[in-house]
Design a protein around this ligand. Structure first.
Ligand SMILES: [Ca+2]
Length: 528
């Protein structure tokens, strides 16, 4: 066990928001992500890393090493009255930050929190962060914090930005504010602060890019406008799938899933200039995030910290098919603009997306391309909803340019970081018993390229359910029967074997129900 602070690794954990499996260059994308690609060349790419299908449950699971229901976030932020669905992190789990801080680490966070209870985005003056139902990063183990507590909002004028324990006004802080850049800048400052001391550090960088709204900077949009005009989502899905196969990330025996039945063929879609621009804005959001990763890497290098810093990069869920309509539920996010001019909410083809006075999403057909070659989206636990790229970079311990195919899950990240730090997981914290870790450390995989997960991975989100171990995955959409897939033969989930292999269905279903009972899963839809 390492005890010398000079030899213990630092950690930078990057989480991006609503980005699909094939949206970065080193996972087959045409989007320019040179900094992530460089990390991949010098590090390790995971072809079967899984998240938890949605913002809040993924964050709860990632931060605590427990399943989301055990951490109190079985659905989202609403408190429905049971401990598994209270909407904020429970006090019988510890966060990575709390555990590492107890072990002598300095702890920093820049970006989106979203595990601290529900807020009304239109009434930030009513917020009471720090109250029992609204724990903040500073109350859950982070020494320093910059960012937003809730799930989404304008990139040009986020409501209720916080620095440590106080609200700050984005507009007053800086002209031409853009949230992705602010998250990067603050993270660089935190690295500089950490470099001044002797203690190792943990930095959690939670970008809101490329979650809706489609807000990006004109110089970044210009790099992509027109690129998607020819062939649209159909050509894009095929091109990304071919690249992924060529890179060795996906087996060439797995065919691409058919275009989603709710997406029209590109040639029949209409509004093709507007559609092209929507995808260009999304790509610009990813591009700007990658530029931020580059600034953070440069800050580590400038302080001679990059060699013994373990960096992980991943996304919280698959591409998002949510349609934003005028007078829809999303209205509650949307009333702030930097100059006080009105904002038009909704996917209106007569308006150009990108700027602060629109509030759009890229929609199902482009999300289908983001998740190529897989099926379905954010919310679902088929491969399109839960598959994320993951890059691990740690020059001191990871051999360059490796691809690993073991199925891993975000619940494994906390055990991995604690083992790498030589810090134990506490049985008690603040006088309360703490639930044991659910995941398995994949540190040996990073260090040797060899490791296999021993226990099943389980998912439940909005009644969508799945179980995965090795070759087999059992999965269902809410209210539909179980489907069974042989993931060695059929990662794209096209050949349901549930009728042919009833014993495997029954075995995994029984395990699922035992797990669901144990962690407190309740029937969907939830009743208060
Ligand atoms: Ca998300």
């Amino acid at each position: 066990m390492a005890t010398n602070s000079k030899t213990r690794p630092n950690f930078v954990l990057f989480l991006v928001d609503d980005m699909g499996f094939s949206d970065i260059g080193c996972y087959g994308s045409e989007i320019q992500t040179p900094n992530l690609d460089r990390m991949a060349r010098k590090g390790m790419r995971f072809s079967q890393m899984y998240n938890y299908a949605r913002c809040c449950p993924t964050r709860a699971c990632l931060l605590t090493g427990a399943y989301p229901h055990q951490a109190g976030i079985g659905h989202m932020m609403e408190n429905t009255g049971s401990p598994a669905y209270q909407g904020f992190l429970r006090d019988d789990v510890v966060t990575i930050a709390e555990a590492l801080k107890s072990g002598g680490y300095r702890t920093f966070m820049s970006g989106k929190w979203h595990v601290g209870g529900a807020y009304d985005p239109t009434r930030p003056d009513s917020w009471r962060p720090g109250e029992r139902e609204h724990p903040t990063p500073r109350q859950r183990g982070f020494d320093r914090y910059y960012g937003t507590l809730d799930g989404a909002g304008s990139f040009f004028a986020p409501h209720a930005l916080m620095k440590d324990d106080s609200f700050v006004d984005a507009g007053a802080e800086k002209e031409n504010f853009y949230y992705t850049d602010a998250i990067s800048e603050q993270a660089v400052g935190m690295i500089e602060e950490a470099a001044d001391g002797d203690d190792p550090f943990f930095l959690y960088v939670a970008y809101t890019a490329p979650h809706w709204p489609l807000h990006a900077l004109p110089q970044d949009i210009a790099k992509y406008e027109g690129l998607y005009r020819k062939g649209g989502w159909d050509a894009l899905r095929t091109a990304r799938h071919e690249e992924l196969k060529g890179m060795g990330l996906l087996d060439s025996r797995w065919p691409i899933s058919p275009r989603d039945s709710a997406a029209p063929p590109w040639e029949e879609a209409g509004n093709s200039d507007w559609e092209d621009l929507r995808m260009a804005v999304y790509s610009a959001q990813v591009d700007r995030m990658d530029q931020g990763v580059g600034r953070i890497l440069a800050a580590l290098e400038a302080s001679d910290l990059d060699d013994n810093t373990l960096i992980l990069f991943l996304s919280d869920n698959g591409g998002c098919a949510e349609f934003l309509s005028e007078n829809g539920w999303v209205d509650r996010y949307s009333d702030w603009t930097p100059d006080g001019r009105p904002m038009t909410v909704g996917n209106d083809p007569t308006l150009a997306p990108g700027g602060p006075h629109t509030f759009m999403s890229y929609d199902l057909p482009w999300a289908n391309a983001s998740n190529a070659p897989f099926r379905l989206y954010k919310h679902w636990v088929h491969e399109g909803g839960i598959s994320t790229p993951m890059i691990a970079y740690w020059p001191a311990s990871i051999q360059p340019n490796q691809i690993v195919h073991e199925a891993c899950h975000i619940v494994d990240i906390m055990p991995t970081l604690l083992e790498a730090a030589g810090v134990g997981h506490p049985a008690e914290y603040n006088g309360k018993a703490v639930l044991p870790l659910e995941g398995e450390s994949f540190l040996p995989l990073l260090q040797t390229g060899r490791w296999s997960r021993q226990s099943h991975i389980f998912w439940e989100h909005e009644g969508n359910r799945a179980v995965r171990l090795g070759q087999w995955k059992l999965v269902s959409k809410h209210a539909d029967p179980w489907e069974l897939y042989d993931m060695h033969e059929d990662r794209t989930e096209l050949n349901d074997l549930s009728e042919k292999n009833r014993p495997k269905v029954e075995e995994f279903a029984e395990l699922y129900h035992a797990w669901a009972d144990r962690v407190g899963v309740m029937p969907w839809p939830l009743r208060r």
